[in-house]
Design a protein around this ligand. Structure first.
Ligand code: BGC
Length: 498
């Protein structure tokens, strides 16, 4: 009996001790968990602080952009902004007629298009387009391979033209070539590639005339087509915007990359020594992705991204703003939080170490998740970085990180646009009360509502009443815009002029 009582007492004592240890461990875990949570919260707060772009800073950035624009126009190499001459001295009027092709190369996909233009009354009568993805090895291969691949796809597309499209009798087909990389042009239909951006790296194409390369590749395919115009996507967006609204004077791309173009008075371009165009104007491709200023809120994550990129030290503004990079900035922040605050539990998900595993559309969908449990965030974390069980607290923090990085991008883009508008001042010729109309295209602007709203709000705040402006979404400028510029620079227009 005594034995039994002692055994029971011993068992109870052990049980009490075990549960005491468990309770203690649980308490410790809780304490530890709280400490980790606190650390994660601290890291988010720190990110918010380093990314902050208050109004004063945005105004300084707008001023810096304006100063750099003047410097880039004054002298070749006078600024990090290349302020490239485009030789586009007239934008579409709406009177363009005929069949024109366009080729749009600027990201991981390229597009071929044909557009039947029907003049002022009928505008775009027919349009056909095809999107083709560029195999990754071609993006970092040779110039011959890239242009050979493009020309062969173009030839296949031309072969499917059909009766809906009519080229004027006896005329050669003409093409507008949108090539969305920095190019130094020497005429409307020639230009040499200065450098690649957005993950392309084809050594032997740098310094080559991209129109000559394309023409040679088309000849090899037996394709009888002339490149009538070589343009940047911003210039196409400007043309596409102007086709529908005469007050469009600025175009901005906010997509995989970022850039702006605008109409400048030829007399404001001291570095241009050629003949003044009849219109007295010239479209300038700013290549603003390369803008840099001490006012930019650059964090340790941006610095690391830049150092590990294909073009370190270059395109700093683009790396803070554009769709190609936003996901990877977020990934870098989450990785640090996983390492230092066990954001995703006690092991760091290995996928989080893979560059570019998060894309800007992932950020956008996590950001727009309005479900009470943040289910989309949970699904994205699972699908992209292999986190099976994320807590609600974790998901909330992930959304906060997406928010901080996206808002910073939108605010910085707004500051850039404000700089361009300040440089231009009011538009006395505008039909719209001196308003400047800015045409914007690109997936980031089109599909990320938080980004778009924040950009529009910040732009109004930075400019105040100073310059009246309006922002429009210009759809597919880089495609249709190229066909329109090919039409306004067709070889057959010149015959009419003689
Ligand atoms: C290129 C620009 C282009 C922009 C948007 C940048 O990376 O340098 O030429 O306009 O991306 O596509």
């Amino acid at each position: 009996m005594i034995k039994t009582t002692m055994a029971v007492a011993a068992t109870t004592a052990v049980a009490v001790a075990v549960s005491g240890v468990m309770w203690y461990q649980k308490l410790n875990r809780k304490k530890d968990g709280n400490a980790k949570l606190a650390r994660a919260e601290e890291m988010v707060a720190e990110l918010e602080r380093t990314c902050a772009s208050p109004l004063e800073r945005l105004r300084q950035l707008a001023d810096a952009m304006e100063v750099e624009m003047h410097a880039g126009l004054a002298l070749e190499g006078g600024s990090r902004l290349k302020m490239l001459l485009t030789y586009v001295d007239s934008l579409p009027t709406g009177d363009e007629e005929g069949l024109f092709y366009a080729l749009d190369l600027g990201g991981t996909n390229f597009r071929v298009l044909r557009v039947q233009l029907g003049g002022r009354e009928n505008r775009i009568v027919n349009k056909d387009a095809k999107e083709i993805s560029i195999p990754p090895h071609i993006m970092v291969g040779s110039s011959g391979e890239l242009f050979g691949f493009i020309a062969s796809e173009l030839a296949k597309f031309v072969a499917t033209e059909g009766d809906k499209f009519q080229v004027f009798d006896g005329r050669q087909r003409e093409l507008g070539f949108t090539f969305s990389f920095p190019v130094r042009q020497s005429s409307i239909a020639s230009g040499t590639l200065i450098k690649w951006t957005k993950g392309f790296s084809i050594e032997d194409a740098v310094g080559a005339d991209v129109v000559a390369e394309l023409t040679a590749a088309m000849d090899k395919q037996g394709l009888d087509m002339r490149v009538a115009a070589l343009i940047n996507d911003t210039v196409g967006t400007l043309a596409g915007g102007r086709y529908y609204d005469e007050d469009v004077t600025v175009a901005v791309i906010l997509g995989t990359g970022t850039n702006a173009a605008y109409v400048e008075r030829a007399s404001n371009i001291p570095k241009w020594h050629g003949l003044l165009p009849k219109s007295g104007e010239m479209v300038i491709n700013m290549e603003w992705g390369n803008f840099k200023s001490s006012h930019l809120p650059i964090t340790e994550f941006d610095r690391a991204l830049d150092e590990e990129s294909l073009n370190p030290g270059e395109q700093i503004y683009e790396k803070l703003i554009s769709g190609m990079y936003l996901g990877d900035i977020v990934r870098r922040v989450l990785l640090k939080m996983a390492e230092e605050a066990e954001l995703f539990g006690d092991t760091v998900p290995s996928k989080l170490r893979a560059p570019f595993i998060l894309r800007s559309h992932d950020i956008s969908s996590m950001h727009h998740d309005i479900s009470p449990d943040l289910e989309v965030v949970a699904a994205k974390l699972k699908e992209n970085i292999g986190v099976i069980d994320s807590t609600f607290e974790t998901r909330k923090m992930v959304v906060q990180v997406c928010d901080i990085i996206t808002r910073r991008a939108a605010q910085l883009a707004a500051a850039g646009i404000a700089g361009v508008l300040k440089k231009l001042g009011m538009d006395p010729s505008s039909k719209n009360n001196h308003k400047r109309v800015v045409a914007i295209d690109g997936a980031l602007f089109e599909h990320n509502r938080v980004f778009r709203n924040c950009l529009e709000r910040s732009l109004s705040q930075v400019l105040g009443e100073e310059i009246p402006f309006e922002v429009t979404h210009a759809n597919d400028g880089s495609g249709v815009g190229a066909a329109l510029i090919a039409a306004s620079h067709s070889q057959y227009n010149r015959i009419g002029e003689l």
